[in-house]
Design a protein around this ligand. Structure first.
Ligand SMILES: [Cu+2]
Length: 120
C-alpha cells in the first residue's frame, strides 16, 4: 500500500506533466497564410493543426471589407487535423477567425488576416 505522500506525488505528477498526445490545437499552416494576398473570386481555405479537430464543435468565421461576419461551413470530409472551407471574395481586407475543439477537450482560437486583390 503506497503512502499518502507517494500517492499525492503521483497525482500531482499526473496533473502537471504534459501529455504530447493530448495537446490542444495549434495552427501549423493555413491557406491563405496570414498576411498573404489572394485574387478575388472563389477561394478555398485550408487550416492544418497539430492534432485532430472535433469539426462539429469548431467554427470558422470570415470578416470582410464590409465588416460583417459570416459563418463558413466546415467541410465534413478530409484528414482529421485539417479544416477546409470556401467562400467567394471581393477585393479588400479579411480576417478568417477560427475556433476549434481538440481531442483533449480544450478550445483554442486565432485569426488569419489576409487581403484580396482585384482580378488582373
Ligand atoms: Cu489542451
Amino acid at each position: 500500500m503506497p503512502s499518502f505522500a507517494s500517492r499525492l506525488a503521483l497525482a500531482l505528477a499526473a496533473s502537471v506533466l504534459p501529455l504530447p498526445a493530448l495537446a490542444h490545437a495549434i495552427l501549423l499552416a493555413s491557406t491563405p497564410a496570414a498576411g498573404k494576398t489572394v485574387p478575388a473570386g472563389h477561394a478555398a481555405f485550408e487550416l492544418r493543426y497539430n492534432s485532430r479537430i472535433d469539426r462539429a464543435r469548431s467554427a470558422l468565421r470570415l470578416t470582410g471589407p464590409n465588416k460583417t461576419e459570416t459563418a463558413l461551413p466546415i467541410a465534413p470530409d478530409g484528414p482529421p487535423d485539417i479544416l477546409r472551407t470556401e467562400a467567394d471574395l471581393q477585393p479588400g481586407s479579411y480576417v478568417l477567425r477560427w475556433q476549434v475543439l481538440a481531442v483533449d477537450g480544450h478550445v483554442t482560437r486565432g485569426d488569419v488576416p489576409f487581403r484580396v486583390l482585384p482580378k488582373p
